[in-house]
Design a protein around this ligand. Structure first.
Ligand code: C2E
Ligand code: CA
Ligand code: CA
Ligand code: CA
Length: 279
């Protein structure tokens, strides 16, 4: 028994060591990824249900690692956040998305908003408002064509500070949306106080919507509430036509999901934007 205990302890130690090593290796590579130009953005359309056209775009970060291939953001974003590398990486995302959107506009493609995910660490960074102002200036993109996606977790931080930052961004003319709405702990209270334009209903609500009447009622109620507060609503992660029909019945404004398109590389996305009408 004693021996057994020791070997499982050793196994545990080895597994831990391996995990720590993995984590460090990933962080080391992530540190080099910017200068090695290993990041790229994919773009996913948000379809306006009334028009059937691309009404917005979400920019999603991809990392092409020299040995690992395409690494999922679910894997590397947490490492980037813990190491605070998300601040310079996130700035690259903002710059690249704004620059790309401006280039599409200059090429005569329809003018739509590009949404960029903002990590809490970026949002709390003292210079975030100046950084965004500078990026808009440098790329020439008009602020109305940039949307920032933040999660409900910002509501758990210094509320006064959060409101000041959101207000400064709002005054600049940038749009703000609450991402993954309904998955956090503090869903409702901040809606009264935060200057925001849009809620994005999390995919988890859409998943059970077709088979579960309660889930449908929740989605319907979120949309009614958002509209009565003057907010737009995007539903995220729609994979079936049935979901789209239900959301349309609830007067949801926009839908983003594989049913219309997966996130695409810039070139493929431009073709979709050129056609504009998706269904
Ligand atoms: P998110 O912001 O909630 O982004 C939506 C995710 O859902 C994307 O995953 C998208 O590809 C996926 N998705 C969209 N429609 C469907 C669908 O119909 N079915 C399914 N199964 N999935 C769908 P992705 O690109 O892997 O990104 C994962 C997460 O990584 C994002 O979730 C976001 O939290 C984070 N992320 C991605 N890019 C950035 C970035 O530039 N900065 C930061 N801070 N986080 C990012
Ligand atoms: Ca998002
Ligand atoms: Ca989301
Ligand atoms: Ca998410």
């Amino acid at each position: 028994v004693k021996e057994n205990g020791r070997s499982s302890y050793q196994f545990y130690n080895t597994a831990m060591a391996k995990k720590t090593y993995e984590r460090l290796a990933l962080e080391r590579d992530l540190r080099l990824a910017l200068e090695r130009k290993e990041f790229l953005l994919h773009y996913q359309p948000q379809i306006g249900l009334e028009t059937g056209m691309v009404g917005g775009i979400e920019a999603l970060l991809r990392w092409r690692h020299p040995e690992r291939g395409l690494v999922s953001p679910e894997v590397f974003i947490p490492v980037a956040e813990e190491s605070r590398l998300i601040v310079p990486i996130g700035e690259w995302v903002l710059y690249t998305a704004c620059k790309q959107n401006k280039a599409w506009q200059d090429a005569g493609l329809p003018k739509v908003q590009v949404a960029v995910n903002l990590s809490i660490h970026q949002f709390q960074h003292a210079e975030i408002v100046d950084t965004i102002a500078r990026i808009l200036r440098e790329t020439g993109l008009s602020p109305q064509y940039l949307e920032l996606e933040i999660t409900e977790s910002i509501a758990m931080h210094d509320v006064e500070q959060v409101i000041r930052t959101l207000q400064a961004l709002w005054d600049m003319g940038v749009n703000i949306s609450i991402d993954d709405f309904g998955t956090g702990y503090s869903s409702l209270n901040y809606l009264k106080h935060f200057p925001i334009h849009r809620l994005k209903i999390d995919k988890s609500f859409l998943d059970d919507m077709v088979s579960n009447a309660k889930e449908r009622e929740i989605v319907a109620a979120i949309i009614v509430m958002a509209h009565s507060l003057g907010l737009q609503v995007t539903a995220e992660g729609a994979e079936s036509l049935e979901q789209v029909h239900i959301l349309n019945g609830y007067r949801c404004d926009d839908v983003q999901g594989y049913i219309f398109s997966q996130p695409l590389p810039a070139r493929a996305f431009a073709e979709l934007l050129e056609k504009r009408k998706v269904y």
